[in-house]
Design a protein around this ligand. Structure first.
Ligand code: NAD
Ligand SMILES: O=C(O)C(=O)C[C@@H](O)[C@H](O)[C@H](O)COP(=O)(O)O
Ligand code: ZN
Length: 370
């Protein structure tokens, strides 16, 4: 078991990572005595709800089980949860538990941020993506038909409990989605980690315990350091958005759910690498290396059929990183060195979009299963 700390003064919190944590009581000492409400989804509940309920002594009325899926990150679902919290009289010193993937974490975290102007919550991430990324850092929110995560709040959890054993029941497609965010960390800030992912990809795909624990720990360490420096994304935190301006455009275009977040980010990473090479900032071979790693991981490397450069530009214009009317992108100066910049030739962006949206997509293409 390993513990990291997200250093944010009096809002600092631990991230515990390791196998078997969900069966252990000691992690709950700081919240156990408080009024608790647990929210999860039906897939996760099947595997992990009963033992946690017993451990925490929660009765049925303290638990809410949602239908799994990205469409739950909505105003309607947030409203329903807030109604339920009021109906069940959760006081301000209560605490929410988000048991599940990034959808549950983002949605429950958002409800915690706004319920009675903010209450505590705990992240219990059960997907690889949530363990390496979404459970840490306090970005919470919901989607809008016009844009991904457009409504939300920064609200840090009190505790993150990442039981790596839960990944054993994760569907393979969801495992791959998590690997996309792991590749992102290597590309944006740590070339040695990128090399490690290339070397250990088969071990990660086989859920080798040592490789998975290292990947979760290293990713969380990178994210915790960035978040501690720039909690509200006024600077370097935007590096964590590598691949996301393209990826979010795909998710919004496809209506949230047809493409998993990690799949859309995977394609976005390829597009960011390609554009960086077209700008002459990285060698074409390095861009190819990034795309090859994404493809080897069984992730898509081009956008959905029929999505046009115009579709991208329209969606990207609403990206949250737009400043003074200018699109800012996270691009590469090298593998392991990303920058956030508005200073790129838009014609080159057009070339990337045209090349990736081409109907004669290149043979690296792999689109996600329906
Ligand atoms: N807040 C952040 O910093 C941040 C970072 C990255 C992604 N996100 C958000 O996270 C969301 C994606 O999260 P996700 O990829 O975890 O998807 P998800 O929450 O939809 O979970 C994926 C699927 O796996 C199932 N599942 C979860 N854990 C399981 C387990 N252990 N065994 C079996 N099935 C399990 C879920 O029921 C669901 O069907 C997106 O909305 C994305 O925007 C947020
Ligand atoms: O924590 C961050 O900061 C990130 O950007 C992590 C991303 O992986 C994540 O998908 C995040 O939700 C994107 O945030 P957004 O502000 O671009 O909506
Ligand atoms: Zn992401």
């Amino acid at each position: 078991m390993q513990t990291l700390n997200v250093a944010l003064g009096d809002r600092s919190y631990p991230i515990h990572i390791g196998p078997g944590l969900l069966g252990q009581t000691q992690w709950w000492d700081s919240v156990r005595a408080r009024p608790l409400r647990l929210i999860t989804d039906d897939h996760v509940a099947r595997h992990y709800l009963a033992p946690l309920r017993t451990l925490l002594g929660l009765d049925e009325a303290a638990v809410r089980i949602l239908t799994a899926g990205e469409s739950q990150k909505s105003w309607e679902q947030a409203g329903a949860i807030l109604d339920w919290l009021l109906q069940t009289h959760l006081p301000r010193d209560g605490c929410l538990i988000a048991l599940g993937g990034g959808v549950i974490g983002d949605l429950v975290g958002f409800c915690a941020a706004i319920y009675q102007r903010g209450i505590d919550f705990v992240q219990v991430p059960t997907t690889l993506l949530a363990q390496v990324d979404s459970s840490v850092g306090g970005k919470t929110g919901i989607n809008h038909p016009r844009g991904k995560n457009m409504i939300g709040a920064f609200h840090q959890p009190r505790l993150v409990l990442a039981d790596t054993d839960t990944l054993k029941t994760l569907p393979r497609r969801e495992l791959l989605a998590g690997i996309a965010e792991i590749i992102k960390y290597g590309m944006l800030g740590d070339r040695a980690f990128f090399d490690w992912i290339e070397a250990q990809l088969d071990a990660l795909l086989a859920l080798d315990a040592e490789a998975i624990t290292y990947a979760v720990h290293h990713s969380c360490r990178m994210k915790a350091e960035i978040v501690a420096r720039d909690e509200r994304e006024s600077g370097p935190r935007a590096l964590l958005n590598l691949g996301h301006t393209f990826g979010h455009a795909i998710e919004t275009h496809t209506g949230y759910g047809a493409w998993l977040h990690g799949e859309a980010v995977a394609t976005g990473l390829c597009m960011a690498a390609d554009l960086s090479a077209r700008l002459g900032w990285i060698a074409p071979d390095d861009a190819q290396r990034c795309i090859a790693l994404v493809a080897r991981a069984g992730l898509p490397t081009v956008p959905p059929a029929g999505m046009t450069p115009g579709d991208f530009l329209q969606r990207m214009a609403l990206d949250k990183k737009v400043a003074h009317g200018k699109l800012r992108l996270v691009l590469l100066r090298a593998i392991g060195e990303a920058v956030v910049t508005a200073d790129f030739d838009p014609a080159k962006l057009g070339e990337t979009l045209a090349s990736f949206c081409s109907p004669q997509a290149d043979p690296r293409v792999r689109t996600p299963a329906p």
